[in-house]
Design a protein around this ligand. Structure first.
Ligand SMILES: Cc1cc2nc3c(=O)[nH]c(=O)nc-3n(C[C@H](O)[C@H](O)[C@H](O)COP(=O)(O)OP(=O)(O)OC[C@H]3O[C@@H](n4cnc5c(N)ncnc54)[C@H](O)[C@@H]3O)c2cc1C
Length: 245
């Protein structure tokens, strides 16, 4: 059984997975299509890219980062979720997909932009605005059902990439907090930052020496140079109701 199944490998789901996988939770991301961000023509309000970034390249990099952190991915659309055992609220959940085998997970993060139909059997609490459904959550992304969370646009967050990513990270931290993982910051600090003051390195943090820092910087630069070396061929996805020749 997975510690966590994230439904939706878009902006919020990828951010959640980076945090939970780095915390050592067995994290499966299941995605049945493409992020709504694939419709963007140039992503220009995400901090860290002074002249913007191709949205498809950003998604590719975020996915690679999640994989490097240890998250695994499966293609498929989640169609239904239910409890593994109605008499035991801690027994986790079963997720059915279109085509694949059922997936078992202790926790679920719904990060599926506008699709929450698969959560109906769990009765998590949904609200409707216009034609769209949102999942009701507390300030950390927890729904009314223990072990089920929602992140990003589906949780009613504003419709921007940085907000969805930030919320996904915040929900990841809630999952970590609710799991058997020690108090956790996910900080990488220079050697001596904690130990130089006679403190232990806190759980989930790391101290690295200067050689290691340079090695990591080298690896980071190689990855980014390669990722940005060529223009991408992929076009933005057009709105489905727009007719094209
Ligand atoms: C045309 C356009 C331009 C935009 N431009 C900008 C911009 O310039 N700047 C900006 O900040 N934001 C922009 N956005 C908004 C941004 O794309 C969203 O706010 C952000 O992608 C929301 O993230 P999310 O994780 O909630 O949803 P998504 O990124 O859409 O991720 C949801 C994922 O869930 C998957 N999924 C859905 N249902 C299921 C299911 N049942 N089973 C499995 N997987 C499922 C989908 O395939 C998708 O990959 C734009 C959006 C559009 C449409």
């Amino acid at each position: 059984m997975h510690d966590l199944c994230i439904v939706g490998g878009g902006v919020a789901g990828l951010a959640t997975s980076i945090f939970t996988a780095r915390a050592g939770l067995d994290t499966l991301v299941i995605d049945g299509g493409e992020s709504i961000l694939a419709r963007n023509a140039s992503l220009e309000n995400y901090p860290g890219f002074p002249n913007g970034v191709d949205a498809r390249r950003y998604l590719q990099l975020a996915r690679e980062q999640a994989q490097n952190a240890g998250a695994t991915f499966e293609l498929g659309r989640v169609t239904r979720t239910e409890r593994r055992d109605d008499d035991d609220p801690n027994a986790g959940f079963v997720l059915e997909t279109d085509g694949g085998d059922p997936i078992e997970a202790r926790r679920i993060v719904a990060a599926s932009w506008s699709d929450s139909e698969y959560l109906v059997p769990l009765d998590v609490g949904r609200t409707q605005r216009g034609s769209k459904h949102f999942v009701s959550v507390d300030e950390a992304g927890r729904t009314a059902v223990d072990g089920v969370y929602a992140a990003g646009r589906l949780a009613g967050e504003p419709h921007q990439t940085i907000v969805a990513a930030g919320h996904g990270a915040k929900v990841g931290l809630a999952v970590i907090h609710d799991s058997d993982v020690n108090f956790y910051h996910d900080w990488v600090a220079p050697e001596g930052y904690f130990t130089g003051r006679g403190r232990d390195v806190p759980p989930g943090c790391e101290e690295i020496d200067d050689d290691e820092r340079r090695e990591r910087d080298e690896r980071a630069r190689e990855t980014m140079l390669e990722a940005f070396a060529e223009p991408l061929d992929d076009q933005p996805t057009m709105h489905p109701s727009v007719e094209r020749d």
